[in-house]
Design a protein. Structure first.
Length: 311
């Protein structure tokens, strides 16, 4: 009897398919959350860029438009604090320490203006490897807030400074205590500052009437991630932009919590490696036909060997 190679090949292919584990899911919850939030902001006329990195490793977990440059506004105050803390060897005198804390907690423009110099941003960018952060075209000895920043660089800065013993103790403590209202009366209880649980933040915004294109930013952290949310718009109002930043921050936190809920040990569900491929009905019918054909071949082979018919 000739054993048919085509039938054998089909059986081998069928066995191979049966042994392959089910494919893993394509997008992680954080990326799905970021994509949906950025799309919702765009529908409001807001350009939004987001970066999410692990607090433990600095690895990028999710992002969108992370390399796009934005005008810094008051986010630059984080660099100012880092600059002066490094200069002081991490030990500023009590007066300077309180000044730096107040500037972050209340986003105090007067303090920033008094401390500002054009060496701050280049110095801090070099220290933390922020390749797309720089003084802007309008930055000057008496003009701050025009610096160029990106979401990726902001998240990278937060991770870097959190591991910098000269900077982290004071700056992270101040960010964890940001007031709901800035020193100029602006509502800064949005974005990362609107979260519950372990979080810290710094917000930035364009002063009313100072520019036709508005910037509304929020950067900070959750229990597991450093997050940067940068936004600009020439049409949306400030309330809408604040709401979009808050929606994105909460979406990232919700994704983080969903990861925690589904982590190993919290469910009896099998792991992806143990997942079983469920075959379509059409495939099963094809396999049955192949095995029936092989049965006929084997029966014929036995008949030829023994000279007796087989059932």
């Amino acid at each position: 009897m000739r054993f048919r190679p085509a039938a054998a090949a089909l059986v081998l292919a069928a066995g191979a398919v049966l042994l392959v584990p089910a494919p893993a899911t394509a997008a992680n919850p954080e990326q799905a959350a970021v994509d949906a939030a950025v799309a919702a902001a765009a529908a409001d006329g807001v350009q939004q860029s987001v970066a999410v990195v692990e607090r433990s490793t600095g690895a990028l977990v999710a992002g969108s438009g992370g390399g796009e440059q934005y005008i810094s506004e008051s986010i630059v105050k984080l660099f100012t604090v880092a600059y002066y803390l490094v200069r002081a060897g991490g030990r500023p005198d009590d007066s300077m320490a309180q000044t730096l804390r107040t500037m972050i907690i209340n986003s105090d423009d007067g303090i920033e203006s008094a401390l500002w110099n054009t060496d701050i941003v280049p110095t801090v960018a070099a220290r933390y490897g922020l390749d797309h952060t720089s003084n802007g075209p309008k930055t000057g000895p008496h003009d701050w807030g025009w610096e160029s920043i990106t979401a990726d660089d902001e998240a990278k800065f937060l991770y870097g400074m959190s591991n910098d013993p000269l900077v982290a103790p004071l700056l992270m403590d101040a960010m964890a205590k940001v007031a709901p209202t800035g020193s100029d009366g602006f509502d800064q209880d949005f974005g990362m500052n609107a979260l519950t649980g372990d979080h810290g933040s710094k917000q930035g915004w364009t002063d009313v009437g100072s520019s036709d294109r508005v910037q509304i930013h929020s950067v900070g952290w959750t229990d597991e991630y450093f997050v940067a949310i940068l936004q600009t718009s020439s049409g949306a109002d400030r309330d809408t932009m604040r709401a979009d930043a808050t929606a994105t921050a909460r979406a990232v936190l919700a994704a983080e919590n969903s990861d925690d809920a589904s982590s190993p040990g919290t469910s009896d569900a099998p792991t992806p490696d143990a997942a079983v491929e469920v075959l379509p009905v059409d495939a099963l019918e094809a396999y049955n036909e192949i095995f029936a054909q092989l049965g006929d071949e084997i029966a014929s082979f036995i008949k030829n060997l023994t000279g007796t018919p087989s059932n």
